[in-house]
Design a protein around this ligand. Structure first.
Ligand SMILES: Nc1ncnc2c1ncn2[C@@H]1O[C@H](COP(=O)(O)OP(=O)(O)OP(=O)(O)O)[C@@H](O)[C@H]1O
Length: 291
């Protein structure tokens, strides 16, 4: 199916379920940066994201792909409240995001663990800021480390952990204060292929166990299709929603030890995302699954 053949209205693209209120809503978000001038050039304005609208339902796992520099990280910073939109709004459960908050947890590509703290104490960090008593902090941190498959590694320091383990600690830390939304910015990009695939499965398991709403940014088309219930494809800068693709694939027990990546439906979805990424600028938006 070509992109033009399945063009759909922007409203269809925005609403995963018209009846359910969005957990996360982007309303015509635009973000400009001022680029410093020099002796030859005057300062200028760079539009990183423009008129981006999207709804993410509670409990959804949405992946976001787009060309390098199209504003993916900018978008995540905006949701995290680390920067503010130039215009438009971002809402979490109907409340406008105006700064960082405990309703949003973030996992970056670089684990950002404190090297002088054990895995357990790294996970406890956010809980200390909330003023949770020590026994409660320890209990929650142990529970989250167990959830990410690190029971028994509580006392290890970051330098004693593999890259995959460090990223698990970072995920446990983000989950520790029980955020509504988990924001993940290319969290597995620095890992080797085998560890990455393992953590993708772990993330799906954690997502099913916790029911969190997850927005996952990635460069990888396969990763986007493997993880996402919907794949949001952004256009080149300024980033706009070009296409939203529903991914309808067998999950969990249905898979029964088979390699989903070789399933013809997976291959078809991957191709659809590839086509969307490589479509010429100005191609109409579309939504739906693979052809
Ligand atoms: N603080 C800033 N000041 C000026 N320009 C910025 C700033 N932050 C980002 N940009 C610019 O905004 C655009 C989008 O950057 P962003 O990092 O969001 O893209 P991205 O899609 O995440 O890129 P990549 O896939 O390569 O990581 C880029 O052109 C970048 O140079």
């Amino acid at each position: 199916m070509t992109l033009t053949a399945a063009a759909a209205s922007a409203t269809d693209v925005l609403a995963p379920d018209a009846g359910a209120p969005a957990r996360l809503r982007f309303e015509h978000v635009r973000k400009e940066f001022t680029v410093r001038g020099d002796r030859r050039r005057a300062p200028s304005t760079l539009v990183a994201v423009d008129d981006l609208s999207l709804d993410v339902a509670a409990g959804e796992l949405v992946t976001v792909v787009g060309p390098s520099g199209c504003g993916k990280s900018t978008l995540l910073d905006l949701v995290a409240g680390l920067s503010t939109p130039t215009s438009g709004r971002i809402l979490v459960d109907g409340r406008e995001v105006t700064g960082p908050g405990l309703d949003r947890g973030i996992v970056f590509q670089q684990y950002a663990l404190l090297p002088w703290r054990s895995a357990q104490r790294n996970v406890e960090l956010g809980l200390e800021a909330r003023g949770l008593p020590a026994p409660e902090r320890r209990r929650v941190a142990r529970e989250k480390l167990e959830l990410v498959g690190l029971a028994g590694f509580e006392d290890r320091y970051p330098h004693e952990l593999s890259g995959g383990m460090k990223q698990r600690v970072a995920i446990a830390r983000a989950l520790a204060f029980d955020p509504e939304v988990l924001l993940m910015d290319e969290p597995f990009a620095a890992l080797d292929a085998q560890t990455r695939e393992q953590l993708q499965d772990e993330l799906l398991r954690i997502w099913r166990a916790t029911g969190k709403t997850i927005v996952f940014i990635t460069h990888g088309i396969e990763e986007a299709v493997y993880l996402g219930q919907r794949v949001v494809v952004l256009s080149g800068r300024p980033g706009r929603v070009r296409t939203v693709i529903d991914v309808d694939l067998p999950r969990g027990d249905e898979l029964a030890g088979t390699d989903l990546r070789t399933d013809p439906r997976f291959v078809a979805h991957r191709h659809t995302v590839w086509e969307a990424l490589h479509a010429p600028a100005g191609t109409p938006e579309r939504t739906g699954g693979a052809a």
